[in-house]
Design a protein around this ligand. Structure first.
Ligand code: GLU
Length: 297
C-alpha cells in the first residue's frame, strides 16, 4: 500500500488567486485527511506563458495561508530528461507519430471536440509527401475510459472521438501538459489528484497515457468552478486578482465555505493553521457531490 499523496500543481502564469487557493486547499485537506503527504509542483513547462516572479509569489502566498508542503518543490523546467524518456518509450513501441498539420489546417477540417478540434488522423499513416514533422501525436485506440470522480461522480470519455490522437510534443518542441503531468504524478508517487473542474476533460487523456506508459492511476476529484452571482465564469479581472496574504484568514474562510466547511463564528479571524487543522478533520468531498460551479462567497 502506498502512502496517500496529494499535490498542488500551479502554472506560474500569475499570482495565487481565489480559484487557485481553492485547488490548493482542496488538495491539501484531502491529503492530510488521509494522513498523507502534500506536494507542490511548479508547472513551468511552457516558458512563453511563465510570468517572471509568479512562482515565488505563489509559494510565498501558500506559506502565508498555512499551506506547508512536504519535501522540495518539483519544477517541471528541471524534468526534461524524464519527459523525453517517456516520449522515447512511446516512440519505440510505435504509439506516437510525427504530424505536419498546422492549427489553421486543422481548424478548417476537424470537428470540435471537448478541448478544441478532434484530430482527423491526417498524418496517422505517415507524413504527406513534401511535408515535415511539427508535433508528435499519440495514437489513440478506440475504447472508453471510465473513472469515478470523488466530487463529479461517474465519468466516461471516448478519447478517440472526444479528442482524437493528441499532441504529446508540441510543434515548438515543448512537451505537452498531458504528458508532463502523467510522468510527474507517477514520479512523485501521487495517489490523489484534486484540482479545478477545467481539467476534468483532460483526465481521460491522462488515464490513457498512464495505461500506455504502464503507470499507476491516482484517484481524481475535480472542484467546482468559481462563478459570479449571475453564474458567469469569473472574468480576468475578478478571477485572477492576487490574494492579499495579509488577509489569509479571511481568504481561507471563503475557500472553506465553498468546500462546505464554514468555520464557526469563534474561528473568524483565527490563524491559518488553526483554520486548516479544524477543516482537515471535517474534509468530506461527498458534501460537494455533483457541484460543478459555486458563486464566490
Ligand atoms: N498546472 C495546471 C494549472 O495550473 C494544473 C495541472 C493539474 O493540476 O493537473 O491549471
Amino acid at each position: 500500500m502506498h502512502q496517500p499523496c496529494g499535490r498542488f500543481a500551479p502554472s506560474p502564469t500569475g499570482p495565487l488567486h481565489l480559484g487557485s487557493l481553492l485547488a490548493a486547499v482542496g488538495s491539501f485537506l484531502a491529503a492530510r485527511a488521509a494522513g498523507g503527504r502534500w506536494l507542490v509542483r511548479v508547472e513551468d513547462i511552457d516558458p512563453p506563458r511563465v510570468v517572471a516572479g509568479a512562482a515565488d509569489a505563489i509559494l510565498h502566498s501558500l506559506e502565508a495561508h498555512g499551506l506547508r508542503w512536504d519535501g522540495e518543490v518539483l519544477w517541471q523546467s528541471q524534468r526534461a530528461d524524464a519527459y523525453h524518456a517517456a516520449l522515447e518509450h512511446l516512440r519505440r513501441v510505435g504509439l506516437v507519430y510525427p504530424c505536419a498539420c498546422t492549427r489553421r489546417e486543422l481548424a478548417a477540417v476537424a470537428r470540435a471536440g471537448v478541448d478544441g478540434p478532434v484530430y482527423p488522423g491526417t498524418c496517422r499513416a505517415g507524413l504527406p509527401p513534401g511535408r515535415s514533422a511539427r508535433a508528435w501525436r499519440l495514437r489513440v485506440a478506440d475504447g472508453r475510459i471510465d473513472f469515478r470522480d470523488a466530487i463529479q461522480g461517474a465519468q466516461t470519455q471516448h478519447p478517440a472521438t472526444a479528442v482524437g490522437d493528441f499532441v504529446v510534443q508540441r510543434a515548438d518542441g515543448l512537451i505537452a501538459y498531458q504528458l508532463a503531468v502523467v510522468v510527474d504524478d507517477a514520479f512523485q508517487g501521487v495517489t490523489q489528484v484534486v484540482r479545478g473542474i477545467d481539467l476534468l476533460t483532460s483526465t481521460a487523456r491522462q488515464i490513457y497515457l498512464q495505461q500506455c506508459l504502464d503507470l499507476p492511476r491516482p484517484d481524481y476529484a475535480h472542484l467546482p468552478l468559481l462563478v459570479d452571482a449571475h453564474g458567469a465564469k469569473l472574468g480576468k479581472q475578478t478571477g485572477a486578482r492576487a490574494l492579499d496574504p495579509a488577509h489569509a484568514s479571511d481568504n481561507l474562510r471563503r475557500v472553506l465555505t465553498i468546500l462546505r466547511l464554514s468555520p464557526p463564528a469563534e474561528l473568524h479571524g483565527a490563524p491559518p493553521d488553526t483554520l486548516l487543522q479544524w477543516a482537515v478533520t471535517r474534509w468530506n468531498p461527498a458534501a460537494l457531490a455533483g457541484m460543478d460551479a459555486c458563486p464566490v462567497p
